[in-house]
Each structure stands twice: as structure tokens, then as C-alpha cells.
Design a protein around this ligand. Sequence first.
Ligand SMILES: Cc1ncc(COP(=O)(O)O)c(C=O)c1O
Length: 358
Amino acid sequence: MRDATPGVVAVEEVAGQWLLEALDLPSSSAVGFVTGCTTANLAGLAAARDALLAARGWDVATQGIQGAPRLRALVGAERHGSVDLALRYLGLGAPTPVAADAQGRMDPDALRAALGQDDAPTVVCAQAGNIHSGGFDPFAPICAAAHDAGAWVHVDGAFGLWAAASPALRHLVVGLADADSWATDAHKTLSTPYDSGVAVVRDAGALRRAFGHSADYLLHSQEPDPHELVPEMSRRARGVPVWAALRSLGRSGLVDLVDRLVRSSRGLAMGLAEVPGLTVLNDVVYTQVTVAAVDDETTLAVLARLHEDGLVYPSASRWHDRAVMRFSVSGYATDDVAVAQTIRTVWEAVEAVTLGEG
Ligand SMILES: Cc1ncc(COP(=O)(O)O)c(C=O)c1O
């Protein structure tokens, strides 16, 4: 609370400002420190829901959600499941998927068509960083189409929002700052300890209206208390590790961190592409590398062998109807040695399985 712990509030507010600067987001946005990106999605989408319904004369704070005007959520076909969870927690039900391309990026023409089909208040959920391809939705045409239709754009950028910090990756995030709210994790790309998610909302008042409250025992300043911007009243000072990470990295250190993760991913992809029988399935534009063996059975056998061994632990997933191994490079300490060791370990596992030793 601003009155009781002004030092911590100041540190968190500096962290929030640095984060907005580093990610090139509007400087007057509200920043809420939450547990993770699921809750950051929840916070951004709560602000969206309440603002869109307020514009239709419906006050969620006093009237609740039952009987409210129908609100529609349009999401990319390959959004992360946490977006569905956040919408569910907010009483909005299942979203309507919009077609995505081969890298899982939302098709802006399909979005424009979907927006034109219905005049219900709408939130569009875009994505910075597909978990399989690392692909980024085309934010500029998405925001243009959504805003033409009066819709709110929320971006889930759990690990991908950090691409905005790197000049070399700016082409991936063109139009990102045109959105209305953003969700990310500091415990992924920034490598702070868990739990550390961040919700950013352009209309600072909208976030405070969604989570603010008044109680006689809380002293009130003009400026919102940090707890008025997030679902929890009491929490640890999550903004402090974010401050510490940004303070110790500095702007160039942050750029270097992000670029290093991308370089490691490219090195990993190049090495894995050399493994006989393995195919890299995605265009490696960021930190995700998704590979598969010749068939699902072999991929699953390689995964089982790797998981049993435990040295390298890619996640088992399905993408485009195939069993896949997913590598997400997000640890700050990942270096060329780790990349080489990963390639060698996967190579040996593939060899063992295909030569019948698995
Ligand atoms: C794209 C994306 N969005 C949201 C989430 C949810 O984040 P968290 O687990 O921090 O709640 C994740 C990962 O877990 C993710 O990769």
C-alpha cells in the first residue's frame, strides 16, 4: 500500500515504467504485478470486459455479469490455453477461433470478416509468441481491423512480448503498441524467479475500475495503490525482482539477453536439423524450436528416452496433428555449451531409438 510501504510501491512503479519503456508500450499505461501470464491475461481481459460493457451502459461492478449484453471474444486458432481459462474465469465462456496460418499466426483478413459478422462488443486476443513456432500475430492489421470495429485488442505475450526490447526483432512486433492491453511473464524471458506475471493496460482507469475497491480501513490516495490493479489484495512485492533484473541488466543487457536466447534457438534448430530422421517444423523466428521424428511413434519413443534420461527435457506436445518435441529457450544461462549438449543428447536418443536400442 502506498501509505504503509511507500518504498516498495516506488520500486514497483519504477519497474513498471522501465518495463513500458523497454517494451515500447504507452507510458501512461497501468502496470499490475501478478502471479503469471494466466492471471495477467485475466487482468487485461477483465479490464476489457468491464470497459466494453460500460460502453454499452452496463456496470459489471454493480450489475454483475448475468444478464449483461453478450460479449464476444475472438482468438487466434492457436492461442495459448490460458486465454481460454481467463475468459472462462470472467464468465465469458468459450471464445470464437479465427483462422491462423502455417506458423499459427492469426489471419487478419479472417479476423476482419469475423468482426463484420456481429456487432456485439468484442475483445480480440492476439498473441506475441506462439508456443510451437514462436510466431507473432500481425498486430498492425489486427489492431486496425479491431479498432475500426470498436473492439478491444488484448495481447498474450508471455515470453514473446520481450521481442519488443530488441532492435533486431522489432519487425516481429510492428503494431504491438497499438493494442489496448498486454500480458507477459517476467519469469520466462526476463528470467526472474517464479511467480512473476505482468498485466499492462493502456487505459489505466479501466484496470483500476476492474480491480479497485474501497474499504474504510484502507487509506486512499489519488494515485491507485498497486493492489487496486490486480486480483489479490495481499501479495509479495513481485515488482522488486523485476526492478532488480532490469536494474542489473540495463537496457543493453536486456537486448543482449533476448538476442542471446534467439541466437541459441537458431543454433539449436540448425543442430537438430542435422540429426538424421528429425525435422524442424517451424520457422525459427524467436525462441521456440519444434521438431518431430519420422512418425509419432518414433517421436514419442525419443521423448520417453530423453525424459527417462533427464538431462534434456523437451516438452511433449502436439502441433498440426503431429506428436512433437518442443524446445523453448528461456533460461538466461543458456549458452553454446548447453545448446551443443542438447543437440548431442537428442542425436543419441534418436539414434538409440531408430537403431532399436530404445
Ligand atoms: C503464450 C503463453 N501464454 C500464457 C502462458 C501462461 O503463463 P503462466 O504459466 O505464467 O500463467 C504461457 C505459459 O505458461 C504461455 O506460453
